[in-house]
Design a protein around this ligand. Sequence first.
Ligand code: NAD
Length: 596
Amino acid sequence: MAREFTRVGVVGLGTMGAGIVEVFARNGVDVTAVEISDTALERGRATLTGSTDRAVAKGKLAEAERDALMARVDFRVGLDALHDVDLVIEAVPEHLDLKQRIFAELDRVCKPETILATNTSSLSVTEISVATTRPNQVIGIHFFNPAPVMKLVEVVRTVVTSADVVADVEALCERLGKVDVTISDRAGFIANALLFGYLNHAVGMFEARYATREDIDAAMKLGCGLPMGPLALMDLIGLDTAYEILDTMYRRGGRDRRHAPAPLLKQMVTAGLLGRKSGRGFYTYERPGSPKVVPDEFTPLAADAALADGTRAIAKVGVVGSGTMATGIIEVFAKAGYEVVSVTRGAEKSAKVCEAVKTSLNKGVVRGKLSETDRDDALGRITWSATLEHLADVDLVVEAVIEELSVKKALFASLDEICKPGVVLATTTSSLPVIDVAMATQRPADVVGLHFFNPAPIMPLVEIVQTIRTSAETSATARAVCAKLGKTGVVCGDRSGFIVNALLFPYLNDAVKMLEASYSTADDIDYAMKLGCGYPMGPFELLDVVGLDVSLAIQRELYLELREPGFAPAPLLEHLVTAGYLGRKSGRGFRDHTRR
Ligand SMILES: NC(=O)c1ccc[n+]([C@@H]2O[C@H](COP(=O)([O-])OP(=O)(O)OC[C@H]3O[C@@H](n4cnc5c(N)ncnc54)[C@H](O)[C@@H]3O)[C@@H](O)[C@H]2O)c1
């Protein structure tokens, strides 16, 4: 007979505990909610009230439902209140000794049949379980933040957790409307093992002043479609919790340097900057606990004010190349009102690009996004040429030719001879050092990277890559151009992968390593990232779309430049590429696409 779970206990009503109480009470389960002191209890109650009130205000919960929900919760101080519950979920700070003490106490207080669960993110459930006399009834139930919203629950079974306990907890997750993945006890489980290396890397970028907090966050939101940027997410998680998770993962997970907490994190935690819960972390919030970011001394000036001076006037733009990116970029500039000179290697190629641009603009008309007049005006602004000399009088050149350094360098040397003084020369390279291209000219101060994303007419992000020789005027001009194109330009240094690829691909590579280690399946890993972290695609779905060969090449570049052992490409990725399994484009990658 499966267990009933009519009353559950939640220990610790912080960021996670309060949300977990809400999940149970919303689903008709009575909850005994326990804190360490009256003050903490009141804070927990206020969190729950705030969250349910917001749900009522948004029309997601009726007032009567909210009242019934609150009535199901019995708020208490001290673990003794848990003597009659069927299940306890512990959500106290991420310290092994604290959790072990609490589990020993729960073992004493609770009924013999009560299941004891921990919401730990990174500690060993097995080590926590041995503090009790019933390790076979101890399990990990790892909710995601915010618990009422995120669909995923990681169910962590140890080597001694009883099969019936696992089955009953899985059934409970279903009753709560959650999707569970059941896994064994490994540091970080699925989602955090893949997430925290990325988050720590983003903190490192910020700490090294590689890019601003706003630009790092915008890059990952707009470039990858993530619901939040990494630094905003750190603030939501809580920097103290994030520090503990990283520290444990470093120690338990093979001392991967990427999990050694960035020094800045420790400093911020010591200074009491814990993220949203304390009102200040990477960002400043209206008040402790508030999700609303308010301006502080690091907030960039309003875009217009920042761009008012020091930019060059750009009216006429040359685009060199005839591939997907060049085609998209021509369209983007022409639609934004720039005069465009497209230069390809021959009339035939020009005709093809012209046709592609027309088709794309026509699609815009059919979808009602563009008027016929605007389409005709945009087309009228483009001239088609096969001669670089036609770029003599443009104000900006955007190079989007093949990703080969020798080709790009030769092109920039020619542009240097042909173009007028004061022109801004931009490369769309996604993996080559911009400085190499810049040094092929006599005017490296005028050279910048403009890394558009594919498809350029749709993707809202452009990475503006400044080399150590790029002038402030050039990069301000690049920012002004991006703004006029309706794109968000994020400024970063000239390092392999810029912001997005440097943060994205190691995470994808880690997912491959996790699969290779048989810790979980591709389906469960994809679920975990989509339902636990709100990613639009799981890592294996994304790898198959991007192409395994492309992903491997980017990962190799990152590894070669940064020499970070953790960035070494996963052998499985190498093997799949060697076998010709390149993803959707070849019909097979991590999944077989021919049968769908
Ligand atoms: N923050 C996240 O995004 C997240 C996500 C999933 C899991 N987790 C895990 O959840 C657990 C809690 O993390 P959090 O971020 O909610 O921490 P938190 O600091 O926000 O809250 C912890 C709460 O536990 C209370 N507490 C401390 N000692 C207690 C005791 N002896 N008895 C009762 N209550 C006690 C504290 O007063 C505090 O309210 C950790 O194991 C963490 O790894 C966190």
